[in-house]
Design a protein around this ligand. Structure first.
Ligand code: PGA
Length: 249
């Protein structure tokens, strides 16, 4: 069965609650499509107003982060149940900015992935190499390590429903999209890694996005690749461009 594309916006630390409502209202008609799942991953404080504004549309609201404990003395963190109670279905886990600025390790990512599945939230699991690693020729080794640790103790049935976002760090927010060949090569490598950990059926089912300066010009070729099942979009998800990316065909 063909995998349905999934195109997710990552708002990062942008948009106040009232700006979030305005943006959802502006984008609602532009991102209407049956062909892809459309997710807006928004700051925690924007989740409820964005969800209200998105009612009746095809937009699904996701979160940008989640903690791996149930609740308690973790000042400033968001519990899984807070997300599910608000109706959240997707959460970005292990974005490179969280890894770099907030010290998230592969082990943290794994704990968060397990916790998300426990609560029925689909994780969008991020991986990707630095420019130095690409130049040293260790891209696939590094990404395979990230994937293998992220999926520790995740069952095949859970893995089948997961989303992986391959985001080369050097392409994020830089306007430097990876070439279609580079993106396809690594996404195929990730799928092969999933087949090794689980089996072919799991590898065939899992959805793998490309992320890193996706824009309306680069999306069509990227999304036409056999192993690229959509995109995780930062900058371009905050404007009308996102509508063009979602309707890339
Ligand atoms: P970008 O961000 O599209 O602005 O490069 C992508 C991401 O960080 O998810």
């Amino acid at each position: 069965m063909a995998r349905k594309k999934i195109i997710a916006g990552n708002w990062k630390m942008n948009m106040t609650p009232s700006q979030a409502v305005a943006l959802v209202n502006e984008l609602k008609p532009l991102v209407a499509t049956e062909e892809a799942d459309v997710v807006f991953c928004v700051p925690a404080i924007d989740i409820i107003p964005a969800m209200e504004a998105a009612k009746g549309s095809n937009i699904v609201i996701g979160a940008e982060n989640m903690y791996f404990e149930e609740k308690g003395a973790y000042t400033g963190e968001i519990a899984p149940e807070m997300l599910t109670d608000a109706g959240v279905k997707y959460v970005i886990i292990g974005h490179s900015e969280r890894r770099e600025y907030f010290g998230e390790s592969d082990e943290d990512v794994n704990k968060k992935v397990l916790k998300a599945f426990e609560h029925g939230i689909t994780p969008i699991i991020c991986c990707g190499e630095t420019l130095a690693q690409r130049e040293q020729g260790v891209t696939m080794d590094f990404v395979r390590m990230q994937i293998k640790i992220a999926f520790q103790n995740v069952t095949a049935d859970q893995a089948k429903t997961a989303v992986i976002a391959y985001e080369p760090i050097w392409a994020i927010g830089t306007g430097k999209t990876a070439t279609t060949e580079q993106a396809q090569e690594v996404c195929a490598g990730i799928r092969a890694c999933i087949a090794e950990i689980y089996d072919e059926a799991t590898a065939e089912a899992i959805r793998i996005q490309y992320g890193g300066s996706v824009n309306p010009a680069t999306a069509p070729e990227l999304f036409a690749q056999p192993d690229i099942d959509g995109g995780l979009v930062g900058g371009a998800s905050l404007k009308a461009d996102f509508g063009k990316i979602v309707n890339w065909k």
